[in-house]
Design a protein around this ligand. Structure first.
Ligand code: HAM
Length: 427
């Protein structure tokens, strides 16, 4: 349904609910986080991958999981003009696994380490830190089951946040077992919850039927109390999963990465096996505020039609990182501003100004001329509001002499140069 356009209504169209414009003032935060993401990826040997914004709907149904909140309630799914059902990228992991299978990356030395920075679309209820389009920095290490890679992936996430300057965060860790041992745990969990069935919230009543693991991370206080005394997954791990989880903790200890065991951490996606982890800010608890999360997915590639291949990965929500950078008062480097404004008076000077601007840009100096025949005073005001470092003034006298006045805006000092000297002087 389209809105009717009424004349004079300049607020008719707004960014769709749950989406936002990233205005120039906000960009330094984004560049800062993206640079940190690229730097940490290089340090741990990850290479960039970009996958399309939409995929075959089946990829998320099979990959993310039919009974997850994401697939049940949050995907943006539509038919294209050819009648194919497509879904906007609802998370980054299934597309990367699809690409791994499609391009035969199992033939490369394993693990294949890939990272991405991508918009993600989820029809969520918008609130602070929760949007319908958000951005993730994510990475996946595919093709290695060794617990050492779990520890490395977790350590990388931790060091990423620390490198950004975030200090008030914690790392939560759990293991949710594998195909062999999880059924035993699920039946213990279901038995336990059945005795509280009457006290559960409506969502949890459905979870008890469809996805009992998710009972543990319900946000309702009454359900949280029940979850506290629920049987712990780690007590039901098979010897292989138990050994794997012990090794992950041992290696993290050796790397000096501090973590907290959290038996209620289960994550909201169906593909996880064994290790799961999240980075939480200290101030607010709960999955609502997770700064990032990830885990192992040893059955996912096979589920998507590839050869059985283990994998593990992580993704961070960039908007939530920026909210926390601001909360913690972390200063980010400013984007370099415009260096030079060229002010002029009269048509002959205007031609010189245009030529000079072109010459300065040629020399790598950012420069603009004013436009619209303003007074010198108005042009200087413009220079101030643009916060340029230098103003070059070309008036009628200067045109006659082939000179220009160079004004240093920091201390208001001026000097007269020939036009030909300006670029060299500024370089
Ligand atoms: P996820 O926990 O669904 O995991 O999302 C990762 C992070 O994205 C969250 O911790 C949060 O910071 C951010 N996030 C999620 N939803 C929103 C939203 N609606 N608005 C703002 N930020 C949000 C995944 O997507 C997995 N693919 C991670 C992974 C990679 N597991 C293995 N490899």
């Amino acid at each position: 349904m389209f809105k009717e356009l009424k004349k004079g209504d300049n607020r008719l169209y707004q960014a769709a609910r749950g989406t936002s414009d990233i205005l120039p003032e906000e960009q330094p935060y984004w560049r800062y986080v993206e640079q940190a993401a690229a730097d940490i990826s290089r340090l741990y040997g990850y290479r960039r991958i970009d996958t399309p914004i939409f995929e075959d709907t089946g990829l998320f149904r099979r990959g993310t999981g039919e009974y997850t909140d994401i697939v049940q309630k949050e995907t943006y799914t539509f038919d294209d003009r050819g009648g194919n059902s497509l879904t906007l990228k609802a998370e980054g992991t299934p597309p990367v696994c699809r690409a791994y299978i499609q391009h035969g990356l199992q033939n490369l030395p394993q693990p294949v380490k890939l990272y991405y920075i991508s918009p993600i679309f989820r029809y969520d209820r918008p609130q602070a830190g929760r949007y319908r389009q958000h951005y993730q920095f994510g990475y996946e290490a595919i093709g290695d089951a060794d617990p050492a890679i779990d520890a490395e992936v977790i350590d990388m996430a931790w060091r990423f946040y620390r490198s950004l300057g975030l200090a008030r965060i914690s790392l939560q860790l759990n293991s949710i077992g594998c195909r062999q041992c999880r059924p035993g745990y699920l039946s213990a969990l279901t038995d336990y919850y059945n005795s509280y069935a009457g006290e559960l919230c409506n969502d949890c009543k459905t979870r008890l039927e469809k996805n009992p693991l998710r009972l543990l991370d319900c946000k309702q206080p009454s359900c949280q109390r029940i979850a506290e005394s629920a049987p712990k997954n780690t007590g039901y791990l098979c010897p292989e999963c138990d050994e794997h989880f012990n090794k992950v903790q041992e290696y993290l200890g050796q790397m000096g990465t501090t973590f907290e065991l959290n038996h209620r951490l289960v994550r909201g996606l169906d593909y996880y096996t064994r290790t799961v982890f999240e980075i939480q800010p200290d101030e607010e608890g709960g999955a609502q505020s997770a700064l990032g999360g990830g885990g192992r997915y040893d059955d996912l590639i096979e589920e998507l039609g590839g050869r059985p291949t283990p994998g593990i990965g992580f993704a961070a929500g960039i908007e939530r990182i920026i909210l926390n950078l601001k909360k913690e008062g972390v200063a980010v480097p400013a984007t370099p501003g415009l260096q030079v404004l060229i002010a002029y008076l009269g048509d002959a000077a205007r031609a010189e100004a245009i030529k000079l601007a072109a010459g300065l840009r040629e020399a790598g100096i950012s420069a603009v001329t004013t436009t619209g025949g303003k007074s010198l005073k108005a042009q200087m005001r413009q220079a101030n509001s643009l916060e340029v470092r230098y103003t070059v003034i070309i008036g009628e006298d200067e045109v006659k002499d082939g000179t220009a006045t160079l004004r240093d805006m920091a201390n208001a000092s001026q000097e007269t140069l020939t036009i030909g000297e300006v670029a060299a002087r500024l370089s």
